[in-house]
Design a protein around this ligand. Structure first.
Ligand SMILES: Nc1ncnc2c1ncn2[C@@H]1O[C@H](COP(=O)(O)OP(=O)(O)O)[C@@H](O)[C@H]1O
Ligand SMILES: [Mg+2]
Length: 310
């Protein structure tokens, strides 16, 4: 539904922030864009949302070029964007006024506006929020999401939406985003913390304004060396299983949620305990070498089949 073709972007200062970007986002997909600070993530988010347009190349949303200024409102109804700091997105004192603003812009009558606000605030469990200034950052971010969601877009682009939130706020916002995706919304999630996007369908790595790699969910594990090359920290849980794999313990996980990883590890340990004949045996100790401790990202072609050490 969103496509960037050979996109370059240069700021008026002359700074080139993006070069040769080719990226397409399918309807219903959850695409994560990860990169360290200054890699061009926010610039890309602005271009994909149509709030900015490329210096070179083209961004289209359902076939509409973001350069077509006369179709801006049409575009707004299809793609929304949520920024890092909700305070920049909320301008009114009353929560309802903030959500109303965008809906008035697209020409809805008051009655339809009220209906949408009631539905959206219920969906995000914020019916009881009234005064914006009385809300925590996490609550404000939920209002910002509500005001974007009220436009009923097909896609929302999130630019580091949890960067300013406390751990509880982060968790709540993640939950909201995962639920929205499950309900069919297309999500583009920009972050520099990979742990946040382990459930994404696809992870795109941005470095110095260039796409350095693109991985489907199951492919990232075998390419975590590329994360470090792009200045990113691999998720702790992935790092742990990668190091275990290098020591011959090949635990294959389908999802990176902590519960799933624990299930797989527990299954592996049980299998080891039972041994080939079902008799309890201690797992074989692999020799520790200096190399295995200091060279964490050596590829293990094919890995060791599940249970081979048992
Ligand atoms: N308004 C601006 N004017 C000039 N350069 C900018 C502007 N905004 C961002 N940049 C530069 O563009 C590059 C990409 O920035 P940005 O897209 O904000 O990266 P990220 O979101 O990954 O931190 C950086 O080098 C940044 O300094
Ligand atoms: Mg940014």
């Amino acid at each position: 539904m969103i496509s960037a073709q050979n996109v370059d972007y240069r700021y008026p200062s002359g700074k080139r922030a993006l070069s040769g970007i080719n990226l397409s986002v399918e309807r219903g997909e959850f695409v994560a864009v990860v990169g360290h600070n200054g890699s061009g993530k926010s610039t890309l988010a602005l271009l994909l949302s149509g709030l900015e347009y490329p210096t070179k190349g083209e961004v289209t949303v359902n076939g509409i070029s973001t350069r077509q200024k006369n179709r801006f409102l049409e575009l707004r109804k299809q793609v929304g964007i949520v920024f890092q700091n909700p305070e920049n997105q909320l301008v009114f004192e009353k929560v309802r006024d903030d959500i109303t603003f965008g809906l008035k812009n697209i020409g809805l009558e008051q009655e339809a506006i009220d209906r949408r606000i009631d539905a959206i605030t219920r969906k995000l469990h914020i019916e009881h929020f009234t005064d914006s200034f009385a809300l925590s950052m996490g609550q404000k971010q939920r209002v910002a999401i509500a005001s974007v969601l009220a436009m009923e877009p097909e896609c929302i682009i999130f630019d580091e939406p949890t960067a300013m939130l406390d751990p509880k706020g982060k968790k709540e916002i993640h939950k909201v985003i995962v639920e929205l995706h499950e309900q069919g919304l297309t999500i583009v999630y920009v972050t520099n913390v990979i742990d946040e996007v382990l459930s994404a369908d696809r992870i795109v790595i941005l470095e110095n304004g260039v796409i350095k790699g693109e991985y489907r969910r199951g492919e990232l594990f075998d390419n975590i060396g590329h994360l470090r090359e792009a200045g990113l920290e691999p998720p702790l849980i992935m790092d742990l299983l990668f190091r275990l794999k290098q020591r011959g313990v090949n635990v294959v996980v389908k999802r990176w949620a902590i519960e799933d990883v624990v299930d797989e590890l527990a299954g592996y340990i049980e299998q080891c305990r039972a041994g080939p004949s079902g008799i309890e045996q201690p797992p074989t100790e692999q020799p520790r070498t200096e190399q295995s401790r200091t060279e964490p990202y050596r590829a293990v072609p094919g890995g060791v089949p599940h249970g081979e050490l048992c």
